[in-house]
Ligand binder design. Structure first.
Ligand code: JIL
Length: 265
């Protein structure tokens, strides 16, 4: 069986609720200190969007999984957010949240924290409403296809965001670089790409699923972005403290990269 086929089979056992518990409840989702990983991720995104430089009509989120936290600062700067994922169970989880259906994951601690660090005194319910209003499409995606959505995105995305997806669905660094090139084709020339991902991770758990991950070093991310011709604008990394090494994966750290697709193709 090819490594991609094995990955696809592994994802059939992916449990969104277990995944959310593993990564988006304490201890990792502890908002008491910026030393914890979730506040660090939210700050990277809030600070990047605070410049006002990144805005437009459409932002696409690649490999959204069952999470929306990654869109909380972005949603103020785009008319439409397009979420995507490979698994129907994740797309359905996102749809239930957008529709405000009961018994979906409680993202309010994340929304409150983002409103706090954005410092505009915005009631968190307004941010929640804005994201729900603007998250208008939830599409299937396969980053291993040259045309990940199966058809071009109209209009092309003005910005692309992807959190913890590409390294978790690529058997090796070359596949990671190819997936980046594929998703980069969804972004208009001059558009901004924001990537969050795992460093040094070789596996993670999501219920019955144990998924392989290509362990990346910072330079692998930089090289992949250079390889697709994107200009690196910002690169930050976070070292996972022992208290957050809970056994749900073997992540050494997290990276945040802000890059820009050149105007001329
Ligand atoms: N071919 C495909 N194309 C696109 N998406 C695909 C494809 N196959 C699966 N997918 C889709 O991609 C997946 C995205 S979730 C990937 C999880 N990444 C690893 C996990 C995440 C995580 C989160 C937070 C923190 N932290 O410290 O804060 C650490 C870590 C490290 N462990 C999943 O939604 C699947 O459904």
């Amino acid at each position: 069986m090819s490594s991609l086929a094995a990955l696809r089979e592994g994802y059939e056992r992916f449990d969104p609720h277990a995944y959310l518990q593993n990564n988006y409840l304490p201890p990792r989702a502890d908002f008491s200190s910026e030393e914890f990983v979730v506040p660090w991720k939210l700050r990277c995104l809030a600070e990047t969007f605070a410049s006002g430089e990144i805005h437009g009509r459409t932002l696409i989120d690649v490999g959204s999984g069952p999470t929306i936290y990654q869109l909380l600062s972005a949603c103020d700067h785009f008319e439409e957010i397009v979420a995507t994922d490979y698994l129907a169970v994740n797309r359905e989880e996102l749809g239930r949240w957008v529709r405000g259906e009961p018994s979906t994951f409680d993202w309010s601690p994340f929304i409150r924290h983002v409103c706090k660090i954005e410092g505009r005194g915005e009631p968190w319910q307004e941010k929640e409403r804005r994201l729900r209003d603007r998250l208008r499409r939830i599409l299937p995606i396969d980053v291993h296809r040259p045309d990940p959505l199966g058809a071009p995105l109209h209009p092309p995305a003005d910005a692309l965001l992807s959190a913890f997806c590409l390294e978790a669905v690529s058997p090796d660094r070359d596949a990671f670089a190819r997936a980046l090139a594929h998703v980069g084709s969804l972004l208009r020339p001059g558009g901004h790409a924001l990537l969050l991902g795992a460093l040094g991770e070789s596996f993670y758990l999501a219920g019955a699923a144990r998924l392989p991950v290509v362990p990346l070093a910072e330079d692998d991310v930089r090289a992949a972005l250079a390889g697709v011709g994107f200009a690196l604008r910002d690169f930050r990394s976070y070292a996972m403290p022992p208290a957050l090494r809970t056994g749900v994966d073997d992540v050494d750290g997290v990276f945040f990269a802000h890059a820009q697709k050149p105007l001329e193709a």
